[in-house]
Design a protein around this ligand. Structure first.
Ligand code: FSO
Ligand code: SF4
Length: 544
């Protein structure tokens, strides 16, 4: 196996014998083969689109969902990948037939024929490895991989929007164009860089689509205090990013005496009026994803994983954790959607049987719900506070958490930000410091949680609106973006920020292994991307 798509990759270079995330060589190979097939599908699909033909929603959703399934910590189930591969082979054949004869070079990804059994697929997966073509220019490989990882991230956003009934033709079709571009040998470094910037723009559209799907369905988030301690009684912890699953679970547990706790990236769900109205949505449980094996150990309740980040369950909770949608682990109980509905009955009964927490803990609260609507409703106060010198600087500390050392940087920099600065957070990296008291500036808390990584669009909206209020560009604002990257959603968000011309982004805890030295130079020279240093040095450089 060879996988270097995430930040925790072995030795900072690549996982080659077993994934640090727990991905086996077999599953890694099957994921490679699936991406290989998506490239072939992209080749035919992009040609059909060039001819003005349409690609149907079933095929679009297959590409989106399966690309999402290969994102870090989403799916570890070899049988599931074999099913995806079979469906992919049928779809590729369909597109090929519709296209008819192709002029010019046809890549191997397009002509490849999938064998019938899981063992044969694993055997074949060797042809699909990232490093198989050792003649490929390393910068081209780097840019192609960056595009693929960006697509995996955008697939997550497109998937979430789609489950709420929102889709966009340009976004959906772009998957075919971009996967097709990764097997087009005529595209060199300059062309691929252009495509990455174009992709950043398409991803912005996709994130806007998700924002309007979320806010249109559940209302605009409002500042909300969330209890982080336990309540007596049976419960289900819901993790991941899927608000639709949370809504269905809240409906099905209503009046049954089962409390619902959000976990990890589900925390911002408390800010949405249409989710928060359920009194049995009682609080947020635990911290970021990498602590789940410890925090779920022997848990007297059930866990529902709606999306990443999933870790291999320990025996002490393997009988009470469930996956749904694109998430999966071998032998994990999986809840499928049937006729547009998911039936959570077995999990609810299990939660009641487990009995839950035996005591009420003292209520302790943290805040969330500062999406663009809520934060910008205070725009005048914020702009006034900046003009009066009450707010000196904004720090957007966004991105994911992870298990590797070096991530204390984010806790420390948050702690060391002066009292006249505001911290905006998105994604699960905030769990390192969101339970600390950062104080207030006037009526507003100093730490404003904008939401999930899926809500990065909201942070962009806030930055753009502030720039408008100050009649300057985003780069001229007293704003620093400090990213902690872990998986591939961070790649699509970074490309969107770069496509918007946003400069001076600080990135850590380490640089992606898939970025070649020359590509890194481009990022540094053209976009002034900065690897993080120490909190003290970075704060000194930022605040002067
Ligand atoms: Fe975190 Fe995991 Fe949201 Fe990521 S839960 S690490 S960016 O997958 O998705 O922030
Ligand atoms: Fe390694 Fe990350 Fe790939 Fe898992 S997803 S195999 S940890 S690089």
């Amino acid at each position: 196996m060879f996988c270097y798509q995430c930040e925790q990759t072995a030795g900072g270079k690549a996982c080659t014998s077993m994934g640090v995330c727990g991905k086996t060589p077999e599953v890694s190979g099957l994921q490679d083969l699936l991406i290989y097939q998506l490239k072939g599908i992209g080749f035919y699909g992009s040609k059909l689109l060039d001819q003005g033909k349409k690609i149907n929603a079933r095929v679009q959703n297959f590409v989106i969902d399966t690309a999402f399934s290969t994102l870090t910590n989403v799916n570890f189930d070899d049988e599931r990948f074999a099913e995806f591969l079979k469906e992919g082979a049928a779809i590729k054949a369909e597109l090929k037939a519709e296209l008819g004869d192709v002029e010019g070079k046809v890549p191997a990804e397009a002509t490849y024929i999938l064998p019938g059994t899981l063992d044969e697929m694993i055997r074949d997966s060797k042809i699909a490895g990232i490093m198989v073509d050792d003649t490929l220019n390393e910068d081209v490989r780097s840019l192609r991989e960056m595009l693929i990882y960006g697509l995996k991230g955008m697939a997550a956003y497109a998937h979430h929007a789609f489950v709420l009934g929102s889709a966009d033709e340009e976004v959906n079709n772009y998957f075919f164009k971009a996967f097709g571009a990764t097997v087009n040998d005529d595209l060199g470094v300059a062309e691929l860089l252009d495509i990455l910037m174009e992709f950043g723009g398409v991803n912005l559209k996709c994130m806007a689509l998700l924002d309007s799907a979320n806010t249109g369905t559940y209302g605009h988030p409002t500042p909300t205090a969330v209890n982080i301690n336990n309540k007596k009684g049976p419960f289900i912890v819901i993790s991941g990013h899927d608000l639709h699953d949370l809504k269905e679970l809240l409906e099905q547990t209503e009046g049954k005496g089962v409390n619902i706790y959000t976990h990890g990236e589900m925390l911002p769900a408390h800010g949405y009026p249409e989710l928060n109205k359920y009194p049995h949505l009682v609080g947020n449980f635990g911290g970021a994803w990498q602590d789940q094996q410890k925090e779920f150990d022997g848990l007297p309740g059930c866990i529902l994983m709606t999306t990443n980040c999933l870790q291999k369950p320990k025996a002490s909770y393997a009988d009470r954790i469930y996956s749904t949608s694109v998430v999966g682990f071998p032998e994990m109980q999986h809840i499928e959607e049937v006729d547009g509905k998911k039936d959570f009955t077995a999990m609810i009964e299990k939660a009641i049987e487990l009995g839950g927490f035996t005591e009420d803990e003292e209520v302790k609260e943290i805040m969330t719900g500062f999406g663009h609507n809520a934060t910008l409703s205070h725009a005048e106060t914020i702009v006034g506070a900046v003009k009066d010198g009450l707010i000196r600087h904004f720090f957007l500390i966004g991105g994911c958490d992870g298990a590797k050392s070096g991530r204390n940087y984010y806790t420390e920099i948050a702690e060391k930000t002066p009292a006249d600065t505001v911290i905006l957070t998105v994604a699960c990296g905030k769990f390192r410091f969101n339970k600390l008291d950062h104080g207030n500036i006037g009526p507003l808390p100093r730490l404003l949680d904008v939401g999930q990584c899926n809500d990065s669009y909201s942070a962009i909206r806030i930055a753009v609106a502030l720039a408008e209020a100050f009649e300057c560009g985003v780069n001229d604002l007293p704003l620093s973006i400090i990213l902690s990257w872990y998986e591939q959603k961070a790649v699509c968000i970074l490309l969107t920020l770069l496509s918007l011309g946003i400069k001076n982004i600080h990135i850590g805890p380490s640089l992606p292994a898939f970025v070649s030295p020359n590509v890194l130079n481009v990022l540094v020279e053209q976009f002034a991307v900065k690897p993080i240093s120490t909190p003290d040095e970075d704060l000194k450089a930022i605040l002067g």
